[in-house]
Design a protein around this ligand. Sequence first.
Ligand SMILES: O=c1ccn([C@@H]2O[C@H](COP(=O)(O)O)[C@@H](O)[C@H]2O)c(=O)[nH]1
Length: 236
Amino acid sequence: MDNKIVVVPLDFPDAASALAMAARLDPRLCRVKVGKELFVAAGPAVVEQLHQRGFEVFLDLKFHDIPNTVAGACKSAARLGVWMMNVHASGGEAMLRAAREAVASVTKPPLLIGVTILTSLDDESIARVGFSGSVRENVERLARLTKECGLDGVVCSAQEAPWVRAAAGTSFTLVTPGIRLATDAKGDQVRTVTPAEAVKLGADYLVIGRPITRATDPVAVLEGIRRELGLSQEAA
Ligand SMILES: O=c1ccn([C@@H]2O[C@H](COP(=O)(O)O)[C@@H](O)[C@H]2O)c(=O)[nH]1
């Protein structure tokens, strides 16, 4: 298991709040995620500041547009030197291939991941937007497409991890948000899994936000999760 299996989303409205949270975290024990809220407010500068503090950054902007536009956005994002970035798999084959090519053109390409079906959605909600079939069937289909287009892995719920593994193989990276301890509020997450169960199901990275970042003692929560996963509290 990767010692930095936990990825903490810095979902904050400004750089100061995000960097204050980052200051409480050890870059040897977790990675961080910069999503739309923080990036729109603080831009590439906050990514650079996190890099300077030693963090590997997952840039979670979930690009979804025509292939030419996504290719340009991906190239700009990849040039920031991030560890991982993503696009929506439902953007289609041409968009995924354009993203792959754009990211591969930078000197040190980040992992490029396809978002399958958001963990806030269930069978009924995807039917309402016009998808046919279950969440599981759609995740599996989008994972196959993502792999065929040469991307490195997918974002899915750990609930679907065994099916994605069977479809896409062991070297495919599974990034799983929607992680909750039994006592945590689910909030807007629908397809939730505990950290230990997610690992058992085959997740490579656990994206754990509010249970850590909104806790009174975020460090203690992260330590508890690492303990549950059998990881030491020392840097590797
Ligand atoms: O399907 C998805 C894709 C991305 N996310 C992101 O992960 C975190 C989860 O945060 P929590 O506070 O643990 O719910 C958040 O930044 C989302 O944008 C996701 O939840 N589901």
